[in-house]
Write a protein that binds this ligand. Structure first.
Ligand SMILES: [Zn+2]
Ligand SMILES: [Zn+2]
Length: 453
C-alpha cells in the first residue's frame, strides 16, 4: 500500500484511532508505552454483555514479522484489565508467513489471541466506513452535500432576485447566468467545555458551555468559519443530498470538488486547542491572607468533550451575468431554501467600487454598468439614467448635459437651437433662479435709489 508512505508512524496511529472509532469500538484511546516504541491504541468491545479490552499495535511498515506479534502477545497477557483482553496488529504492509503461522497458534480472541489486519484489509475497511485513501493520506470521505439549489425556485432564482433590486434594469432583459458550484469541505464539531478552577479559597472560575465550531477543511490549514456561513453549515436541519446521485453536473455549468485536507483526529485536536484558547480567562480573587491574586484559567484538553464530528460539503454557488460591457458576479453558500451571500456585484458601483453603501444602485442601459447615485445622471434627450462613464457631455446654458452618444447630443443641439430664450434658460435651473434673484435685487436697488421706500 505504497500510497500511504507519506504518513509518519504517529499520523498512522491517529488515523487508526479514527478508523476504530468509526468501526464502533468504544473508549478508543492512544497510550504511550515508551518513547521509542510509539503508542498503542487501547479500546473496548462488548461481547454478550461483557466488556473486552483490545490492545492494538500499529505498524506502518512494509512487512511485519513474528517478533512484533510475540511482543504484542506478551503485552496482552500482562495488560491489567478487569475482563478478557485480546490483541490486534494492523499494518499498511503485509505479515510474513511465520508471523501468520505464529498468530494462528496463539488461540482465540477470548483467551488473548491476536487478530491481524494488513494493508488490503485496511483499504476495504476504510472504504466501508467512509474514509478514503488518497495521495498518501487517509482523508475524510464524505458523500453528503448541502442542497445547492432552492427546492422550488430554479437554479438561478437567487441571482434574479438580487438583480431585481437594481433600479432601471428590466428583469426580462437579464440573460441566463453562467453558474458553477464548488463543493467546499466543512467539518462541524459539536463540543462541550466543562471546567472548574479552584484555589485555596475555593472555586474561582467555572466554564460550562456548548460550542459548535465549523471548520473549513480544505487544504492543510484548517480555518474557522464564522457568521452566516457558519450558521448555515452548523444548522442540523439544513437539507442534505447524496453527492453521488444528485446530478450536479446536469444542473450546473461547472462543478468543482475539493477534498478534505486532514483526518478527523486532526480536526478534533484542532477544535480542542481552539476551545482551550477561547475559554482562557484571567480572574482576580482575594486569598485568605487578604492579598489579591490573579489566576489564568485555561481548561485542560480533557475538559473539552467532542460530542460529534460532522463532515459535509457546502456548495458555494457562483454566477456570472453579462450585462452590456460588464460581467457581474453573484455568489452564495446554499442549503436548500437558505443561503449566505458572499459576493454581490449588483450592489457595487463599477466606477468607484462603492459596495452596498449606496441606498440604491442604478443600471445604465447605454453601457450595462451598475452605478451608485454619484455616478449616474439623466440623459437629456431621452430622460433615462446614464452613467458618467459612458455619457457624451456638452455644456448648454453653462450646464453640463449627458447623452448616450454623439447622435443624441446632435439631436439635442438642434432642439436647443430652436428653443425660445426662456426655454433655454430652463436648461440651467440654478443659473435661471440666480438670474431671477439678481434681477429682483437690481430692481430693489433701483427702487431704493429713487427714494421710493
Ligand atoms: Zn460610484
Ligand atoms: Zn453607462
Amino acid at each position: 500500500m505504497a500510497i500511504l508512505d507519506d504518513l509518519s508512524g504517529y499520523e498512522f496511529e491517529d488515523l487508526m484511532e479514527d478508523v476504530f472509532r468509526h468501526l464502533g469500538y468504544e473508549n478508543v484511546q492512544q497510550s504511550r508505552r515508551t518513547a521509542d516504541e510509539g503508542r498503542d491504541i487501547l479500546m473496548e468491545e462488548v461481547v454478550d454483555g461483557n466488556r473486552r479490552a483490545v490492545v492494538v499495535e500499529c505498524k506502518h511498515t512494509e512487512t511485519v514479522s513474528r517478533p512484533v506479534i510475540q511482543k504484542l502477545h506478551s503485552a496482552v497477557e500482562t495488560y491489567e484489565y478487569d475482563g478478557p483482553v485480546r490483541g490486534l496488529v494492523v499494518t499498511t504492509g503485509r505479515f510474513t508467513a511465520p508471523a501468520r503461522e505464529y498468530t494462528r497458534n496463539l488461540g482465540s480472541s477470548r483467551d488473548g489471541g491476536v487478530e491481524l489486519l494488513d494493508g488490503t484489509d485496511l483499504r476495504e475497511i476504510s472504504e466501508e466506513i467512509g474514509m478514503d485513501l488518497y495521495n498518501g493520506r487517509i482523508e475524510i470521505l464524505c458523500d453528503e452535500v448541502l442542497r445547492p439549489t432552492h427546492p422550488t425556485a430554479g437554479r438561478d432564482a437567487p441571482v434574479f432576485e438580487a438583480a431585481r433590486e437594481i433600479d432601471n434594469l428590466e428583469p426580462a432583459t437579464i440573460p441566463t447566468p453562467e453558474t458553477t458550484v464548488s463543493l467546499e469541505p466543512m467539518v462541524t464539531v459539536h463540543t462541550r467545555t466543562n471546567a472548574t478552577f479552584e484555589t485555596s479559597v475555593g472555586v474561582v472560575h467555572q466554564v460550562d458551555e456548548s460550542n459548535d465550531l465549523v471548520i473549513r477543511a480544505e487544504g492543510d490549514t484548517p480555518q474557522i468559519e464564522t457568521g452566516d456561513v457558519k450558521d448555515l453549515v452548523a444548522n442540523p436541519s439544513a437539507p442534505r443530498i447524496d453527492l453521488e446521485n444528485c446530478g450536479l453536473r446536469d444542473t450546473f455549468d461547472g462543478v468543482e470538488h475539493a477534498r478534505f485536507g486532514r483526518t478527523e483526529t486532526t480536526y478534533k485536536q484542532w477544535a480542542i486547542d481552539r476551545l482551550q484558547q477561547v475559554h482562557t480567562t484571567t480572574v482576580q480573587y482575594t486569598g485568605d491572607n487578604n492579598v489579591d491574586y490573579e489566576k489564568t484559567c485555561t481548561p485542560r484538553s480533557s475538559d473539552v468533550s467532542i460530542w460529534s464530528i460532522d463532515p459535509v460539503y457546502a456548495p458555494h454557488v457562483q454566477s456570472r451575468v453579462s450585462l452590456g460591457e460588464y460581467d457581474y458576479r453573484y455568489a452564495y453558500y446554499a442549503a436548500g431554501p437558505s443561503r449566505a451571500t458572499t459576493t454581490n456585484e449588483f450592489r457595487q458601483c463599477v466606477h468607484c467600487g462603492t459596495d452596498g453603501a449606496s441606498e440604491s444602485y442604478i443600471y445604465c442601459r447605454n453601457c450595462g454598468s451598475i452605478n451608485c447615485d454619484e455616478h449616474v445622471r439623466t440623459e437629456r434627450l431621452v430622460d433615462e439614467p446614464v452613467c458618467t462613464g459612458c455619457a457624451v457631455t456638452e455644456r448648454f446654458a453653462f450646464d453640463t448635459k449627458y447623452f448616450y452618444d454623439r447622435e443624441n447630443l446632435e439631436a439635442f443641439r438642434e432642439e436647443y437651437a430652436n428653443m425660445p430664450i426662456h426655454e433655454k434658460a430652463k436648461e440651467n435651473v440654478t443659473l435661471a433662479a440666480g438670474t431671477v434673484l439678481c434681477v429682483l435685487f437690481v430692481a430693489f436697488l433701483v427702487v431704493l435709489s429713487l427714494g421710493l421706500v
